[in-house]
Design a protein around this ligand. Structure first.
Ligand code: SF4
Length: 562
């Protein structure tokens, strides 16, 4: 049994020895074992590979000298006596490089014969070529950039409304038919040329033919993957971003299962907006009436199950907000959703069976059993903000544990979005921690910084370090108002930096619990140099968007790809 990781690997030669040769594309939970043997600054895929091989060392591993990270992984695995074959892969596809690679392949056949004690079989080699080229007909979405784990590829395939083409490192390998020849040299000469003639990856010197990957009218969107500490793919993404008009979502994977969870919300939001533009503005009243609902069920509900609070909005058939509720989420997401809905129903004097449809959003969206559909926070905040004010072009949402920037088009569709859900810095949780350090309630914190005198910079990007910065400022007897203003500015700087990558523009609306903090809103306005709209109840914007989606006539009861 042999495992391989690169599309230029001579898989068919291994099968020519009668051996299985399978793609190794692991996604471990963490790199606990690998990090004891290697430096953390190698690419996440190489760490995942080491972690996987430490747990499953059966058979040999077939690598190419793709990059320093994979070569480091090879050194680590050889140092623990694992059998690793490494082929010297040329960077160009010219006559001389084909010759070089032919010799590499011939040497590999000799080495593998010595290692396995088996002989290379021409027939087995020829039957190893499976023409599994995915010639897509019709519209499709492509995954491009660095390799993606099987789990994430499978998730994307499930969540995508269109067929998905894998154009990453692990994409399908295309070959012609092996020539009838009696010499191994001629056979391997042909094979080396076929291997090097595949669509070049970004590691290759000449990548001009990669443009054919994007010059296809049927290509309706791209998910572009970069891997932590992989240098090959960041550059191409920036180029594609500039030249393409189709939607393109950049994801960055760290090749662990935790990292995958964050990717899922982004890809779901990308697909939600690839499919149906959400037009929920008040003047589009025509569809509220046309959609037949049982007379006794004239209301729709939206539930935003967030990390800190669970928010509910109930709309009547004329899209008026008849009730809303904001309750702490606590540890049981589904229970909190039930409680928040009951609270909103009670306020409106309604009962649950008068609700025609419920749509959920937020972290816990998939855990609300009575939902008709779950939709990402990106799409719901966009719909809610557009409904509240169609002139809004950028939503700045700072929630309990994440912050989002959502760029809107004229009819409320999501044009671009950026999320920071990797760390709590600059979110509601950050402000809670700082308020505790300063002995303030969040309400006091909201206005305290408005009376500032001295501009203090809180530079730390990490909540924990920022807390120690605050403690030292207190020790320096700095004015409380100045410290709080410094914190407001640091929250504003973080969200503006996120927005910079989304190329945000006005009108601006701030939503989420932190929008109730006047000091932060003023700091964001100061940084933007522009006023920011804040709705009366900023934290229910997501739930409002969900309730609006529930009211849509083109409603597709979908559950996310889970
Ligand atoms: S970047 Fe290129 S050479 Fe490296 S593993 Fe991917 S396909 Fe192979």
């Amino acid at each position: 049994m042999m495992a391989y990781v690169c599309k230029y690997a001579p898989v068919e030669i291994v099968k020519g020895f009668g051996e299985e040769c399978t793609l190794c594309n692991p996604m471990p939970d963490n790199f606990a074992a690998a990090d004891q043997l290697t430096h953390r600054n190698i690419c996440s895929f190489s760490r995942a590979l080491i972690e996987n091989r430490l747990k499953n060392s059966s058979g040999a591993l077939l690598l190419t000298n793709c990059c320093d990270s994979l070569e480091s992984a090879c050194d680590v695995l050889r140092s623990i006596n694992q059998m690793v074959f490494v082929l010297n892969l040329p960077h160009i596809n010219k006559h001389c490089s084909k010759n070089l690679y032919k010799n590499e392949l011939l040497k590999f056949i000799k080495d593998y014969t010595a290692y396995s004690g088996k002989n290379f079989d021409y027939t087995k080699f020829c039957t190893a070529f499976t023409q599994d080229a995915q010639e897509m007909s019709g519209k499709y979405v492509a995954v491009m950039g660095a390799r993606l784990s099987e789990e994430l590829l499978e998730f994307i395939n499930k969540a995508s409304p269109l067929p998905v083409k894998n154009n990453t490192c692990t994409d399908v390998r295309r070959f012609g038919n092996p020539p009838l020849t009696d010499t191994l040299e001629k056979l391997v000469d042909w094979y080396a040329s076929e291997l090097l003639s595949q669509t070049p990856c970004m590691r290759m010197a000449d990548v001009s033919s990669r443009k054919m990957l994007v010059n296809d009218p049927n290509l309706k969107g791209i998910i572009y993957n970069t891997v932590n500490f992989c240098d090959f793919y960041g550059f191409e993404y920036m180029q594609l971003r500039k030249q393409l008009t189709i939607p393109i979502l950049k994801i960055e994977t760290d090749y662990t299962t935790q990292g995958a969870a964050q990717i899922k919300t982004r890809t779901e939001a990308f697909f939600e907006n690839l499919k149906l533009p959400l037009t929920a503005s008040p003047e589009k009243k025509q569809f509220q009436a046309v959609h037949p609902r049982p007379l006794e069920q004239q209301y729709t509900a939206g539930i935003d199950s967030g990390s800190t609070s669970t928010n509910v909005v109930i709309l009547d058939s004329k899209q008026n907000i008849v009730s809303s509720s904001v309750l702490p989420t606590g540890v049981r997401v589904a229970e909190s959703a039930e409680k928040a809905l009951e609270d909103a129903l009670k306020k409106a004097g309604l009962s649950k069976n008068q609700i025609y449809r419920t749509v959920s959003t937020g972290y816990g969206r998939a855990n609300i059993a009575f939902r008709k559909r779950d939709v990402t926070e990106i799409t719901c905040h966009a719909a809610g903000a557009h409904f509240l004010n169609p002139a809004v072009r950028t939503v700045i949402d700072i929630g309990g544990q994440d912050s989002k920037i959502i760029r809107l088009g004229e009819n409320g569709t999501v044009l671009r979005f950026m999320m920071n859900d990797k760390c709590a810095a600059g979110t509601g949780r950050f402000l809670e921690m700082m308020a505790q350090s300063l002995g303030l309630t969040l309400e006091e914190m909201s206005t305290c910084g408005l009376q500032w005198d001295e501009e203090i910079t809180i530079s730390s990007m990490c909540s924990v370090f920022a807390q120690s910065e605050v403690v030292s400022l207190i020790a320096e007897d700095k004015k409380l108002e100045d410290i709080v203003h410094g914190l407001n500015l640091s929250v504003a700087s973080k969200v503006i930096a996120l927005g910079g990558r989304a190329r945000m523009k006005g009108e601006y609306m701030m939503t989420g619990g932190v929008a109730k903090n006047i000091g932060v809103v003023r700091a964001v306005e100061e940084k933007l140099g522009s006023p920011v709209l804040v709705p009366e109840e900023p934290e229910i914007c997501g739930a409002l968007g969900a309730a609006l989606i529930a009211a849509q006539n083109q409603f597709t009861p979908l559950h996310s790809g889970r």
